[in-house]
Design a protein around this ligand. Sequence first.
Ligand code: HEC
Length: 136
Amino acid sequence: MKKVLVASVACITIFFISSAFYQKYDLAKSIERGKEVYTTYCITCHMEAGNSTPGVYPPLAKSDYLKKPIDTLIDIVLNGQTGEVVVNDTTYNGQMLPLNYLTDEQVADVLNYTRNSFGNKMKDPVLPEKVKVLRK
Ligand code: HEC
């Protein structure tokens, strides 16, 4: 009986410690900061509501493209995007220049913002550490 109790306490402790670590990344704050990054660096092409210009700039609003793996999205911001992309059943063939002058945090923030605005809702956060690894 005592062993079970000790095991339960250990499990609960581990659960709380790990959830504290997980919550260390404040997604809401990141989204807030990301809005500013978006307004400064993305809005000229992707427009205020992420609706973009039909046929020229693909939308970020309810974009099925944003459901792609986080690595792909980080890559687009860091290295740009050229060639054909299909977003919500429409093919675009334009050019987005690399925005590799943004910091790791800015890239993570702007993606957290776009992934949680304009009708998108994705709770798994894009972490700056991930951007750092992919930048190399
Ligand atoms: C100079 C204009 C321009 C700017 C600035 C720009 N983009 Fe783009 N973006 C494009 C174009 C054009 C494409 C499609 C490229 C293609 O056709 O291959 C694109 C594609 C994308 C895509 C993939 C397709 C989609 O619609 O989901 C994402 C995600 C994206 N941009 C995010 C961003 C973010 C975030 C920023 C700001 C950090 C940004 N873009 C800044 C022009 C721009």
